[in-house]
Design a protein around this ligand. Sequence first.
Ligand SMILES: Cc1cc2nc3c(=O)[nH]c(=O)nc-3n(C[C@H](O)[C@H](O)[C@H](O)COP(=O)(O)OP(=O)(O)OC[C@H]3O[C@@H](n4cnc5c(N)ncnc54)[C@H](O)[C@@H]3O)c2cc1C
Length: 303
Amino acid sequence: MIRVREVIVVGGGLIGALVAFTLRGAGADVLVLDADRPGAAWRAAAGLLTPDGERLRGTPLHADALEGLRRWPALAARLERSGLPVHLRPGVTRLQAGGGVVCTPGEGSLHPPSVVRAARQGLEVVAAQVQAIGPSGGGVRVRTDAGDWYAGQVVLAAGAWSGAFGVPVGARQGQALLLRGAPGVGAWYGPPAQGFSRYALSRPDGLYVGATSRDTWAVTPDLHAARWLRGAARTLVPGVDGAEVAAHLVGLRPVTPDGMPRVGPHPTVPGVLVAAGHGRHGSLLAPVTAARVQALVEQSVSA
Ligand SMILES: Cc1cc2nc3c(=O)[nH]c(=O)nc-3n(C[C@H](O)[C@H](O)[C@H](O)COP(=O)(O)OP(=O)(O)OC[C@H]3O[C@@H](n4cnc5c(N)ncnc54)[C@H](O)[C@@H]3O)c2cc1C
């Protein structure tokens, strides 16, 4: 059987799901193929939208980060038409090394797993691991462990695993804790410790405390990280000691050698667009990437 779609999105994580949701909203016939990989970043991500906390001011990502923040309220409203809330909240409290506190009302947070679930509603998502992508006739052939598909256009959004398809993307592991029975805090961003950002935010699934950062593909939680995260929780949130661990999350941030996401035509395979390498900023930058991919798909259709 030949299975053909206008656009196939490889990977249904934060970037792939929002790209597919945006293309579907613009009327495209879209299929998402997702391998449900252990270590997918969207399952472990905090969901902070903090260009200042992440010290992006003065970097080439700052303009896109501000544009991402500006686009989130409208995108969240469109996602929530699915009936699923994405928990977009304004305001972050910055705790400073000297003990002061600064509020940044323009920054915010959301719940990445809810964003992905809301975006996937109404999309066709097939559980399949993509093994190869290559040109075929005037389009693209996608080989998977569940058979082959063909498409006019393919969007590669396989997170850290995108490197298997000829783009310079690798993994940087992050671990975080979800605590049950902890005090509610909103979104608190503390001063870094041992080079790691420390933050705590109240989410529908518990108090999220993050996050470590290590160059490894390992996707199992470790005790050293658990101890460091417990310490971060104690420093940031008074009264957290009795809270129990509801989940110890591990995710692989998709990173590039120069820290810049790759969004544009694939370097060698015609008909393939890349949307990968968003590192520690995928929640923040996803609305901008989705709009950019939509424009590129529309350009190629009208060419
Ligand atoms: C601990 C932690 C905290 C973070 N906090 C924040 C934050 O506060 N703010 C922020 O902006 N960002 C944050 N991030 C970063 C953010 O999570 C990532 O930038 C974002 O998830 C990247 O999205 P993605 O879709 O490219 O990759 P992912 O979310 O990893 O999704 C990739 C998807 O591709 C699928 N896939 C992989 N290979 C294949 C294949 N061969 N075939 C089919 N499907 C495949 C996977 O199953 C997965 O669902 C955090 C990340 C971590 C780990």
